[in-house]
Design a protein around this ligand. Structure first.
Ligand code: HPA
Length: 266
């Protein structure tokens, strides 16, 4: 399905967002920080996919964060929902079609580091795709051979790190490893991920980063840590815990974003 960009442009009216922001599980509270918010349910935008995951909204929200016009995608579609690694492609193509050049992705993730407890925020500096899935399989053009050496934009990362420094907010930096889900990892998989050099694990973001780079968008991404990886504590993992814990780091993430967005335009 293709999104009619002209129809979407019409729905936005006078708004001309500069940055698109995808919100992860339980991070809908970032929307509460918007000035002049206007909500357009996905159902009103032909071609936008509906998320089936509780804790994910289903709307585009326009507004200003830190004085910058943003288009928030509140709710994403995951690979594990229908086995489609390119589930977010129509949305990202629409973002590109609107002329938005920057994309900030957020997610809830499990920590692989004892010094990064639940409630922490981690700036993603690189990722590992060991899932076997890829959003560009079947893409016919040579553009599918996307360079991933600098997938996470240096200037956008610097803006987030600078904001953290100014606010005195801790901001971890690390490697995010994508697992397909929807089950959580096993303790053995978590030990493997640690051995591979990952700092956090999650079920999203990586296919979106690949698609965004394919489309020429500049990307930054951050994880809100909701739990330690499986087997690191005695506790069993659950989606309820993700939803309960995400708002704790989510408030910190919202402050970081509001301070970083004005600096990202470089
Ligand atoms: N694993 C995968 N995805 C997650 C986790 C996790 O531990 N926590 C939140 N999302």
């Amino acid at each position: 399905m293709i999104v009619d960009v002209a129809a979407l442009r019409f729905l936005l009216g006078e708004r001309h967002p500069k940055v698109a922001l995808v919100l992860g599980s339980g991070l809908g509270l970032v929307v509460d920080e918007l000035e002049d918010a206007r909500r357009i349910p996905y159902a009103e935008i032909e071609g936008f996919p509906e998320s089936t995951v509780s804790g994910h909204g289903g709307a585009v929200v326009l507004g200003r964060l830190g004085g910058v016009e943003v288009l928030i995608l509140s709710g994403r579609v995951h690979y594990y929902e229908a086995g489609k690694a390119d589930a977010m492609r129509p949305v990202l193509e629409a973002i590109q079609g609107l002329g938005i050049e920057r994309l900030v992705l957020t997610n809830a993730a499990g920590s692989l580091r004892e010094d990064m407890p639940p409630g922490s925020v981690m700036l993603i500096e690189d990722h590992i795709n060991f899932s076997g899935a890829h959003p560009l399989i079947g893409e016919p053009s040579d553009a599918r051979f996307v360079g991933m050496t600098e997938a996470y934009d240096g200037a956008m990362r610097a803006a987030l790190l600078g904001a953290a420094e100014r606010l005195g907010e801790p901001l971890h930096r690390g490697v995010y490893m994508w697992f397909s889900g929807p089950s959580f990892e096993t303790p053995a998989e978590i030990r493997m991920a640690r051995g591979f050099g990952a700092d956090a694990v999650g079920m999203s973001t990586v296919p979106e980063v690949i698609l965004a780079r394919f489309l020429g968008l500049r990307v930054a991404a951050a994880s809100v840590i909701t739990n330690y990886g499986a087997g690191m504590t005695g506790a069993e993992l659950s989606h309820q815990e993700t939803k309960d814990m995400a708002p704790k780091g989510g408030a910190r993430l919202a402050r970081l974003l509001a301070a970083a967005l004005p600096e990202m335009d470089r």
